[in-house]
Design a protein around this ligand. Structure first.
Ligand SMILES: [Cu+2]
Length: 453
């Protein structure tokens, strides 16, 4: 492993931490910071929040997230579902969402889902081995929070974020966006159609790191799903146009301007607390398909494995994981859970921490970032998530999701570069006894329908 990775120093923009091999866009980052400070001098219309949220106030009501008003996000969506959460901003992790609850229509109280959710690293190794960045803890991601124009947050609210050593940045957008059908079902005789059009809650920021700009987006739907995505845009790195060694793609005229291929390995850290349980359980499901041997069709056998010890998990066809509440059950008596639904990923075998797609570690306060960790763990603990999978029994799991994108540039990447998204979903599994958006006249249709005699 390289030796220049800092385990404990927190950096400001004036004291950039040395990346593994070379600085990433230090000059542009400084310019961006100056621009940020200038732009922040204009009138602020959003709520202004302190850099460090005050000590959590005691919730005065069951439905109030445990944070002060300036840090609270509450959104009731079409269909009657309400999402509540607290936001805060960390100069390393960026946007962090805490105490996320979901209240489906008809529920008398919010259901606790996540204690905390945030990015845990964006690791960018170039294919020629010449550069490798940890954008969150090694390249100033958090300090690069961008001011957003109202047009970038259509229909929503822009909130001013106080970024330490940078100043006020009108950088947090909270808005809703239409998605299309939530569901559709025609009656047996076709005379009636039940349908609903969905509107999601979106919470996002944009952070500039060198020449790249990353959109950190969280999406919350009325049917209880959470989407986590990072969109990469901005510009290709202008100092990485030397790939005449076959590790790049010509984006200038003819055989010129070979942009060096690279990867964006994005990590998220999720700390569940489903139904307020501190004893969430991880389960892995695998399905094996057998081709037909006789006259029947192919058969499938699905196996459930309870993950009792820390695990570095590998995505596989017909494999999935869920986080099961230690206490909560829905009205059908089924344990409430959230399923991890990864989007497309290019798993990168270059480092121990990028080799696996999901990590379940026993929760530990110092284990904060998937690589180049700055959480002050004990000497010898290792500074990446793969090192923390060392056989401990999982009683309070932290979930780390790694979604990679191998970026072989194309002509269309200039200029600006179109947004490329990577991410995953958390889908509710048995959180409610039925579709939480079920219309009243279908509410009796739970379980096998009565087909008569
Ligand atoms: Cu890229």
């Amino acid at each position: 492993m390289p030796t220049q990775r800092s385990l404990s120093t927190r950096r400001g923009p004036s004291t950039p931490q040395k990346p593994r091999t070379r600085k990433r866009g230090a000059v542009l980052t400084a310019a961006a910071l100056l621009g940020t400070a200038t732009a922040a001098a204009g009138p602020a219309t959003g709520a202004t929040a302190a850099p460090n949220p005050p000590a959590p106030t005691r919730a005065t009501a069951q439905n109030t997230p445990d944070c002060s008003a300036a840090y609270r996000i509450t959104q009731k969506l079409d269909g009657g579902t309400t999402w509540r959460m607290c936001w805060r901003y960390d100069t390393d992790a960026g946007l962090t969402l805490d105490r996320i609850t979901y209240q489906p229509p008809g529920a008398t109280a919010p259901i606790k889902v996540l204690n905390s959710a945030r990015l845990a690293q964006i690791h960018v190794p170039y294919d020629d081995g010449g550069a490798e960045y940890d954008d969150l803890t090694g390249a100033g991601f958090g300090y690069g929070l961008q001011n957003l124009k109202p047009a970038e947050c259509p229909g929503g609210t822009l909130t001013t974020v106080k970024v330490a050593e940078v100043g006020d940045v009108k950088g947090l957008c909270t808005t809703t966006r239409t998605r299309g059908h939530a569901y559709r079902m025609a009656s047996d005789n076709g005379s009636k159609v039940w349908q609903a059009q969905a509107k999601d809650l979106l919470v996002y920021t944009v952070n500039k790191v060198g020449w790249y700009e990353y959109i950190t987006e969280w999406r919350f739907t009325a049917d209880g799903t959470i989407g986590a995505n990072v969109g990469a845009t901005g510009s290709l790195s202008p100092v990485d146009y030397n790939a005449t060694d076959g590790r790049g793609w010509p984006i200038g005229k003819g055989a010129r301007g070979y942009a060096t291929s690279h990867a964006h390995n994005v990590f998220w850290k999720l700390d569940f607390g489903l139904d307020g349980s501190t004893k969430d359980r991880i389960e892995q499901f695998d399905s094996a398909v057998t081709a037909p041997t006789g006259g029947g069709g192919p058969t499938v056998k699905t196996t459930r494995t309870v993950v009792t010890k820390e695990l570095a998990g590998d995505a596989k066809n017909m494999r999935w994981w869920r986080v099961v509440s230690g206490t909560g059950k829905n009205a059908d008596g089924h344990a409430r859970s959230y399923e991890i639904v990864p989007g497309h990923t290019d798993t990168h075998a270059g480092r121990g921490f990028t080799k696996h797609d999901v990590y379940f570690t026993q929760s530990r306060a110092c284990e904060k970032f998937a690589s180049n960790n700055i959480g002050n763990c004990a000497a010898g603990a290792g500074d990446s998530v793969d090192k923390w999978v060392n056989g401990e029994t999982l009683t309070q799991p932290s979930v780390w999701v790694n979604i990679g994108f191998h970026h072989i540039a194309r002509d269309e990447d200039q200029q600006p570069m179109p947004v490329h998204w990577q991410g995953f979903q958390l889908a509710p599994r048995d959180v409610t006894a039925m579709n939480p958006l079920t219309p009243a006249d279908l509410a009796s249709q739970n379980g096998q329908p009565d087909l008569g005699s």
